[in-house]
Design a protein around this ligand. Structure first.
Ligand code: 5GP
Length: 116
């Protein structure tokens, strides 16, 4: 029998490890990234960890993907000026380190910031 450890984000959902949660619904949780790359840097994460990246999520549950995007918009409006960058690192060589799909919401004065 194989057992799979819960992802770090599932442990945040279960409140086994602390996080600065800024929004939560039945299906998603949003919390500040522990290593922020922008004045506002929030991760929006489905509570289910069955999808490892955004391509799997889009193929299997587009409504949940739409909820992630709507949550990103809400966070950018609540915590910044409503403008935001949405990043899904997809695959190790693109910088993905947690294989439980998540959107990076980056906001707050990004006019000067280049992509990447
Ligand atoms: P990825 O590199 O997979 O696109 O993004 C993973 C993100 O999760 C990174 O930006 C990293 O800083 C963040 N992260 C990793 N562990 C934790 C944690 O325990 N708490 C929080 N709040 N963020 C984390």
């Amino acid at each position: 029998m194989t057992t799979t450890e819960p992802s770090i984000f599932s442990r945040i959902v279960a409140r086994e490890i602390p996080a600065d949660v800024v929004f939560e619904s039945d299906a998603v949780i949003a919390f500040r990234d522990i290593a922020p790359q922008a004045p506002v840097h929030v991760l929006v994460v489905p509570k289910t960890e069955e999808y490892r990246d955004v391509t799997e999520l889009a193929a299997n549950d587009p409504a949940l993907l739409a909820e992630l995007v709507a949550t990103a918009q809400r966070i950018a409006s609540d915590l910044a000026d409503g403008h935001f960058r949405l990043v899904f690192n997809t695959g190790e060589r693109a910088g993905q380190t947690v294989f439980h799909v998540h959107a990076h919401v980056l906001a707050g004065g990004l006019e000067e910031a280049s992509l990447g």
